[in-house]
Design a binder for this molecule. Structure first.
Ligand code: ZN
Ligand code: ZN
Length: 317
């Protein structure tokens, strides 16, 4: 799994930061990627990456402010134009369906793929054999959601050297062993699944929150998360604005993670008032927390494997 930040700014685009869009790359897990929010010009940002619009499987919208949705119609249209024919599902607050459908209709945009638009409420909004996605309301000036993505435990891997050593014939018996069943070989010997498989691995848990002030639901959604993506529109000096506008400071974001015992924090939705040389000072304000804290940049990509978070690139430009 990788997290790729396409836009990390707040409210309006600036030269350094586009409006919000975050990609959860699940290419190894399911051959697709999921998008969280779609600020204006998200499709332009995608052009600077290796992402193919047709592999976009799901879009999760936290709330209906323009800096989180104005990129949707263009991206949906281009995905069709570029040959995307697999269905696409959008999850978002009440109102998203009417807005998208009217925009596509009035601009005569006809999609060649099936578009499902699901207006969500708090609870589990998606589940399959691999993943569970839970949504919860958080506290902004309009209805807004956070999302918790839980990867289910990964099935144990078959250790082929061990089955070969026990002379298990290749074929259906291997499949049964892999699925946890003990088997009887043609010569009468019993092979136990646990003898020839590795331990099951935990999946990851990542929480992506929309615009919000510090709130209880952010903490419960982030409980035990491997990675939390939390907005930090403001800092210590501008903290009074945060409460006023339903936003957070970097300190609020860190406190959410601390209360939730989360392992890593990445903050996004950074106000344009903060220039690159301010970021060190922002990080200084949370230097006492004992988990890693990153301020996301546009095109920053983080890789998650074997429980370790690594920043793998600054920019694909
Ligand atoms: Zn915003
Ligand atoms: Zn907002």
């Amino acid at each position: 799994m990788q997290l790729l930040f396409l836009g990390t700014g707040a409210g309006m685009p600036s030269k350094g930061r586009n409006t919000t869009a975050t990609v959860l790359k699940l290419l190894e897990e399911r051959g697709t990627y999921w998008l969280f929010d779609c600020g204006e010009a998200t499709q332009h940002q995608i052009l600077h990456t290796t992402l193919k619009p047709r592999k976009l499987e799901k879009i999760f919208i936290t709330h209906l402010h323009g800096d989180h949705i104005y990129g949707l119609p263009g991206l949906l249209g281009s995905r069709s134009f570029l040959g995307g024919d697999a269905s696409l599902t959008i999850y978002g607050p009440k109102g998203i369906k009417a807005w998208i459908e009217l925009t596509l209709l009035t601009s005569s945009t006809y999609l060649k793929y099936k578009l499902n638009i699901i207006e969500i409420e708090d609870g589990i909004i998606f589940e399959d054999a691999q993943f569970i996605v839970e949504a919860k309301s958080i506290e902004h000036v309009i209805p807004c959601f956070g999302f918790k993505i839980t990867q289910k435990p990964l099935p144990p891997q078959l250790i082929i050297e061990k089955t070969d050593a026990l002379k298990v014939p290749r074929g259906p018996l291997l499949k049964q062993l892999k699925e946890g069943h003990d088997v009887e070989l043609p010569d009468g010997r019993i092979v136990l699944s646990k003898e020839v498989t590795g331990a099951p691995k935990d999946g990851f848990q990542i929480t992506l929150l929309g615009d919000t002030k510090y709130c209880e639901n952010s903490i419960s959604l982030s409980q035990g998360a491997d990675i939390v993506v939390h907005e930090a529109t403001f800092d210590k000096e501008t903290a009074e604005l945060a409460g006023l506008y339903g936003h957070s400071t970097i300190l609020d974001a860190a406190n959410v993670c601390k209360e939730a015992n989360a392992k890593h924090l990445i903050v996004n939705h950074i106000s344009a008032r903060f220039l690159p040389y301010h970021l060190k000072e922002m990080l200084n304000q949370v230097a006492l927390f004992d988990f890693p804290i990153h301020i996301a940049e546009d095109f920053a990509e983080y890789d998650w494997s074997n429980g370790i978070l690594n920043k793998i690139t600054d920019s694909e430009r």
